[in-house]
Design a protein. Sequence first.
Length: 509
Amino acid sequence: MFDVKAIRDDRAVFDRGWTSRGLDPLPTDAILEADARLRAAKAAFETAQARRNEASKLIGAAKKAGDEARAAELMAEVEALKAQLAGLPEAEKAANDDLRELLSGLPNLPADDVPPGADEHGNVEQRRWGDPADLPAGRLAAPKDHVELGERLGMMDFEAAARMSGARFVVLKRDLARLERALGQFMLDLQTREHGYEEVSPPLLVRDQAMLGTGQLPKFGEDLFYATSVEAPPRNSLDIAVSLRELRNFAAHDSFVVPKIISDYNVWEKWIRLQDNSVGPDWSGLLPDLNIFQEIRFKDVRALGERRWLIPTAEVSLTNLIREQITTEEALPLRFTALTPCFRSEAGASGRDTRGMIRQHQFTKCELVSITTPEASEAEHGRMVDCAEAVLKRLELPFRTMLLCAGDMGFTARKTYDLEVWLPSQATYREISSISNCGDFQARRMDARIKKTGEKGTRFPHTLNGSGLAVGRALVAVMENYQDEGGRIAIPQALQPYMGGQTHIGGEA
């Protein structure tokens, strides 16, 4: 969340930053208008409150002086001010809500050294490592892609996954399942044992506030999956453990008609009356002896049916470890890592990478998160890039490092480097890791602060995150780069200890 005072003081900085990210029309006018309404509402409340207090004191003085007419006049004014004060908090809340909604939907400002550009064509290559020709696939005229390799080995089954879960899922078996596990364990060991990251096993389900803090909400809800708990309805009453806002979804999923209801959402247990004169056949079948004029009890969502989001990346859980906390600067940097499943709906990605494991709804990733002081964040960013690159170097996979342009960066990032690994079947480099410095953008949204021991003042830390790496894409890269003419896959030396000394998949060495 941005500091609206900073926007008031120098809107040109924000206009330039948001213009570079392709925001049109610029949101600054709407922000400043909502801010003006909020400040006016606060001022009106304070003025009315001060005048009410002053008039209340004057009533006593007027009565003491025997001026009943003046006392009556002041009492009437106090009553009018009370009525005015009753409505002002609502106006203030409305303006504050509008301002928060505007600010929470705006992306971070790019750092000064981020190159201009609208999309990936504006990204700038920093360096390359490794030669694709040095690997087994480099000697093949027509390398197979990972789908053909996996299916020929009988270890990769997209059809079975589709029967149970739909598109963009996969079943891995035997050696490929073990290789995926080996990759994740290798990455985790490297980051904890050699790079000093603290291993964390975090929740995979988080609340709205956690997603808001790291920037997935409110703008990118369509890219996420969520889960709610729903209690089975009893025979003669209906205890619904979902928000009344979600009733239409509950009805659609459970195939019964929901009559019109009147409810107080904020009450824990509320008896409410059904208003319709008839019920649908599905409803009557579910509750055969229901009288439509009887009262039906609903339970508030906050007790039983609270929605929780499946994390799209462990960045969410790891970064929120400092949410609403004050951390001593002497404890920094904090460096966390986690190997977790990740879940993404990939809304809007139809037609892109629909074949194979490149873009899945469920995948495993080794995530890196750092919390630093503002002064140390640039150096920490470079260190994090080195930690992610080390994985590819140990696996001897050719890659390149790209500095993203303003228009291609993620919502929360002020500066991002992408690592792109070589895929022989596509004869190109594909993203396998994004490493971003978010500045104080996420810390403001989470109200996370830092302070020096012995000092009173606090400030916002900088947060950084990156993949170290995406396990599924690393599996794809290993399969394709280490294939031979017969479709056998050599196991990189760094992974062989995790595979019990095995050197190949699909045949003996």
